[in-house]
Ligand binder design. Sequence first.
Ligand code: ATP
Length: 266
Amino acid sequence: EDSQSAFMIEKPNMNFSDVGGMEREKQEIELKIIKPLQFPDLYKAYGKKAGGGILLYGPPGCGKTYLAKATAGQINAEFISVGIHDILDMWVGNSEKNLHALFELARQNKPCVLFFDEVDALGANRNTMKNNGSHLINQFLSEMDGITANNDDILIIGATNAPWHLDPAFRRPGRFDRIIFVEPPAQQGREEILKIHLKGKPVDDIDYTSIAKNTNGYSGADLKAIIDIATEDKLLEALQTGKPQPITQKDLLKASKNHKATTREW
Ligand code: ATP
């Protein structure tokens, strides 16, 4: 069985400067997890324990995975991304051993950010989880505690759309004891996100502020989708006419009519 496909390891070539908005989130990550990793003795001297994980929560597409990856890039660390549902599906019957292998992989690739997506899948259903879910949860908790106790250079970040489903044992000190709400981007953030994703593309005559004003409720993923739509239209046009034209204000507005905000009802 190929347990490799349940996770992915990479050295990100991006950092906080590629993340639009999120000033508060970046600062929290900086102070609560990056600095303690860089200056563990200082934190200890002031009686602040380094280590522990953070939990990012919020509506889909607002950049939780993206922010976790940028955090790894920010400190030049490896990024290991794991979908909890994939683990559960794939490792039924053999999950404890494989979970240990995953944390071992993290230890062998320090410093790293170990990112768990959909963590609420752990413990929503301690009782209903197939194949001894309770055992898997306990194993997961003890692996996390091991990382904290050893002060390993491993940052554990979890993401969820439904933090209330997570087993409360995960929220204790040294585990996911910090929680950060990743909200849909405000106007300034939307403007930055548009600029980031249009960087390097041929553009002309774009009023970023005006588009940002007109896209209230759009997630980062929605804004990227608008740009992708406009880009594809322009590309098709260029193929037909043989004359490449830049992406304009009008193209983006048209694309935003065809792709509505997804975070409003969250
Ligand atoms: P889900 O809950 O669905 O997993 P998520 O919150 O993890 O969603 P991401 O997958 O991180 O969302 O975001 C999707 C994409 O949207 C990113 O790959 C990125 O291209 C874009 N994006 C989201 N937020 C931002 C941002 N603040 N700056 C730049 N790009 C962003």
